[in-house]
Design a protein around this ligand. Structure first.
Ligand code: CP
Length: 316
């Protein structure tokens, strides 16, 4: 395997029963999962999940995460059960999350779960003996997205260390932002956070970066100065579903829109990432710019999720 053989720490036996938060992963764990991702990119069709049943429980909407997890399972020879609309399940009759998890644990070897409550995946992992994979819990974490983001950054920059990462948009509610700054913290980044006052990065994440000695700068202007010093421009959607006051959402929903012309002075290696879905924060004219990487980024999610599933099931 060539892809990550330059990393010294990758020769380890990683044991991870559930995959709940990227904060649970060491740098070596992350590099190990990235090696797995590279392996599956080269060989996405393998029968290593034959006989395994994987449950996808999506209490919140999803396109990429659910379908890439399910594709990952199918390409590895496993079987999928689950739901994408919790209103069709007994949770609509009042069944608790605990009971739902205990029931599905009777049928499946692993549960992949998205839930609107922060901490739901951690809680689920505490009430079952089978592995839980967090596919997003409220505004908290989205660790499988982080793995595919890190992989995408590595593929486009040929390194993870010492990069200037600019995160733009909803830094308050964006779980992909929260997870990614945690995952990147192992690699000496410099962060630029571009957000309106209402959607600034919460203090808890800034305290974390301070404790790690990681440099960051906050901006309210999405200016050429910030774009032109970036290696990665990580655009995000304003998360309408997290607002309790929709008037507040209306005030900020169109605050930053990246257009093709705004990339004119950017570094040659700059790549634009977005966890998707986009609403209107990236103009369509950016799509044909070679610096736009968000569709390839989503494709990398398939391989990252194959690596995560095999890891929690301890399949070598
Ligand atoms: N990036 C992401 O989580 O997309 P979905 O909401 O479509 O799964």
């Amino acid at each position: 395997m060539q892809f990550f053989c330059t990393f010294a720490e990758n020769n380890l036996n990683m044991k991870m029963e559930s995959f709940v938060s990227i904060a649970d992963c060491s740098k070596a764990d992350i590099l190990h999962l990235m090696e797995g991702t590279a392996h599956f990119e080269r060989n996405p069709n393998q029968n290593v999940l034959e006989g395994k049943v994987c449950a996808t429980l999506f209490f919140e909407p999803s396109t990429r995460t659910r379908l890439s997890f399910e594709t990952a399972i199918n390409r590895l020879g496993g079987r999928v059960i689950g739901f994408s609309d919790a209103s069709t399940t007994s949770s609509a009759k009042g069944e608790t999350l605990k009971d739902t998890i205990k029931m599905v644990s009777n049928y499946a070897d692993v549960i992949i779960m998205r839930h609107h409550l922060e901490g739901a995946a951690r809680y689920a992992s505490e009430v079952t003996d089978i592995p839980i994979i967090n596919a997003g819990d409220g505004a908290n974490q989205h660790p499988s997205q982080t793995l595919l983001d890190l992989y995408s950054i590595y593929k486009t920059q040929q390194r993870l260390d010492n990069l200037a990462i600019t995160m733009v948009g909803d830094l308050k509610y964006g779980r992909t932002v929260h997870s990614l700054l945690n995952g990147m913290s192992h690699f000496k980044p410099t962060f630029h956070f571009v957000a309106p006052e209402e959607l600034r990065l919460p203090d808890i994440y800034k305290q974390f970066l301070d404790a790690q000695g990681i440099s960051y700068f906050e901006h309210t202007d999405f200016s050429p100065e910030v774009i032109d010093k970036s290696d990665i421009l990580y655009m995000t959607r304003v998360q309408r579903e997290r607002f309790t006051d929709l008037m507040e959402y209306e005030k900020v929903k169109n605050i930053y829109v990246l257009t093709n012309a705004m990339l004119d002075g950017s570094k040659p290696n700059l790549r634009v990432l977005h966890p998707l879905p986009r609403v209107n924060e990236i103009a369509l004219d950016v799509d044909d710019n070679p610096k736009a990487y968000y569709f390839e980024q989503a494709k990398n999610g398939l391989y990252a999720r194959q690596a995560i599933i095999c890891n929690v099931l301890e399949i070598k």
